[in-house]
Design a protein around this ligand. Sequence first.
Ligand code: IPM
Ligand code: MN
Length: 354
Amino acid sequence: MALIAIIPGDGIGPEVILQARRMLEHFRDDRKLPLKLWELDLGAERYLRDGVTFPREVFDRIRDEASAVLLGALGDPRVPNHDYARDILFGLRFGLDLYANMRPVKALADRLVPLKNRGVKDVNMVVFRENTEGIYAAMGGQFKRGTPDEIAINEDVNTRKGVERIIRAAFDYASRHGKKTVHMADKSNAMAHAHELWHRCFFEVAKEYPRVTAKHVYVDTLFLFMVQDPQQFEVIVTNNLFGDIVTDLGAGLQGGLGMAASANVHYANPKRVAMFEPVHGSAIALEGRDLANPLASFLSVGMMLAHLGWPEEEERIEGIVTRAIETGNCTPDVGGKKGTKAVGDWFLHELQNS
Ligand code: IPM
Ligand code: MN
């Protein structure tokens, strides 16, 4: 039995996750997948109500009993310091040691690609974002805050173990999926200490995968090439911050944040609980307006089901998402006229009849 913890979270999170939950219920009730759903009341609302962010016993139960977590989004302007959101999101990413944030950048329809004369054949890559260290380690501090002499420091933390395992994950993925090339993006021409480690480690690990071509690219050039010639990229591996930024560019190439899915996994040990989330965030401006695109959540559920051992269900979901785009059964951000709920209804109907 696979226990799925569901954290709808903030903003549009609950709206898209409600539709994703209906899908999971379909897989449980109609397809008889052994799923047990466990919805968690965590996020800004809960924090404002009783000050609770992420209780230790909830974390422990996720770690010890759950097979996967489905997370909507975190972030709410009523809580301007994002401490509660970091408690939950980083509590999961760091606490569960989910070091590989796998973010597919795959366009499912030509018209979603905003570049001139480019289409699905040009935009099909996976970004492996390091997910447990880098600038996100929150090491550093402030000194003389609020004075003219104030200092603010965030250290960029790069460990040999952390760098090596994400690079190895990218090569392993490439070799298992018939990808010819892995690109590693760093800024070793400026960040001499930290990124020299990335550079050296990359070409060392590459030796273990002689059938995969290892290519280094500076991160600024990566951004240039992703716009000029995205077709050359199959697998990209990079650090936490660069991975965060480049996957928003990637989302732009695949039709917007409403299409971008992600998996946070302990790549070397797939039996450990993993976390799946749409990349879009809480998008407070869209909250409660039935405008949020649920397709990124559906694709994230697909990644979850594949991870749990049902890759054919991911294919089915991706096929229906593609059809949703092609037939206009989608939200306005991707050229449709339907609301969040109506897309969910249509999707469920397609699932039931496919
Ligand atoms: C993401 C988000 C988060 C990140 C924020 C909400 C902290 O942008 O998942 O891409 O930077 O990792
Ligand atoms: Mn981001």
